[in-house]
Write a protein that binds this ligand. Structure first.
Ligand code: 13P
Ligand code: SF4
Length: 330
């Protein structure tokens, strides 16, 4: 979409128009925790990848408008193939999902016959179709633990989440793809250490995709940060922890869109980003004006070839069956 037309599409009664167009279209609006605040607030449901996938499979509405990145909208289409799935800007990709292609995964599988493939949900539908079981940051440990201990695991594409899972499961037969998300890899151990030194009483909420997740656990085990104040959490895990915390200050290591939800559920704690520049440009491609256009014009429609969707659905459904009980992960 030409960004110049955004102003024209942003009338004063934007929220009212979004709601009435959604009702007319029989559409449900799902938003990821990294979306801009206006979109998080207008969405019918805001949550993490796993929670939103569960909702996509369950909702009655005939149209799903997915305010997130493309692989998330594709997952919704895979799970609700008969529904119309829209994403307000189909160019909203994911740098992590781009780090492995289906031919690369097929070649890796050929090197490890008999291994079970676990793919993070941040992958294309074609990669999911080559996968045995998908996972998200909120159920990756449980997914790997569900695989017999003597079976090799191929874990892709995020190396930091893979290292976190390997540490928690103590698994030695896990092979990890060396992919990363440019936003989370940019939140490094040096940033974290400096912030912890400046605020020694703060709690830490860290997304397992971060380059600093390893440093955080190292700091915790060496006593630089108390282990009980260091929490490795999915985005909705952070919302739950924010509701429960009594800390004065929390350092948050993930994409900065997360801070909106944290402030919403806890107005007294001071939530501060570990790296204020950790902004996902893809998530921010979904703007209020594009959401309105999507509802008005039915754009951009997400398509997944039926054979790919059928194969990918098995791995996604296995993921949905394992892990946290509530749709929004709360
Ligand atoms: P969550 O599954 O924790 O919502 O994370 C998704 C994501 O894209 C993180 O960058
Ligand atoms: Fe992908 Fe990283 Fe953006 Fe998450 S933050 S959607 S992993 S590019």
């Amino acid at each position: 979409m030409d960004d110049a037309v955004e102003v024209e599409l942003l009338p004063g009664d934007w929220a009212e128009q979004v709601r009435s167009l959604a009702a007319e279209r029989d559409a449900v609006i799902l938003a990821h925790n990294y979306q801009v605040p206006e979109i998080q607030d207008i969405a019918h449901h805001t949550g993490d990848s796993l929670g939103l996938s569960r909702l996509a499979a369950e909702v009655d509405a005939s149209t799903i408008v997915f305010c997130g990145v493309h692989f998330m909208a594709e997952t919704a289409k895979i799970l609700s193939y008969d529904k119309t799935v829209l994403i307000p800007d189909e160019r909203a990709g994911c740098s992590l999902a781009e780090t492995i292609t289906a031919p690369q995964l097929r070649a890796w599988k050929a090197e490890h016959p008999g291994a079970v493939v676990v793919s993070y949900v941040n992958t294309t539908a074609a990669v999911k179709a080559e996968t045995d079981i998908c996972c998200t940051s909120s159920n990756a440990v449980e997914v790997v633990e569900s695989i017999p201990a003597d079976t090799d695991v191929l874990f892709c594409p995020d190396q930091f989440l893979g290292a976190h899972v390997q540490r928690l499961t103590g698994r030695t037969n896990m092979h990890i793809w060396l992919g990363e998300c440019h936003v989370h890899a940019g939140i490094n151990g040096a940033d974290l250490k400096a912030q912890v030194e400046a605020s020694p009483d703060a709690e830490l909420f860290i997304h397992p995709e971060c380059g600093c997740a390893t440093s955080a656990l190292y700091l915790a085990t060496t006593g630089v940060v108390p282990a009980e104040r260091t929490k490795i959490l999915s985005t909705s895990g952070m919302v739950t922890a924010a509701r429960e915390t009594t800390a004065e200050k929390v350092l948050v290591a993930t994409e900065t869109g997360m801070l909106h939800q944290l402030h919403q559920v806890n107005a007294t704690t001071d939530f501060q980003p570990v790296n204020p520049a950790a902004v996902c440009k893809y998530m921010k491609m979904i703007t209020p004006a594009k959401l309105l256009r999507s509802l008005r014009d039915g754009t951009d429609e997400v398509h997944v070839p039926i054979d790919v969707a059928d194969r990918a659905r098995r791995s996604v459904e296995r993921m949905i069956a394992i892990g946290t009980p509530s749709p929004t992960g709360e």
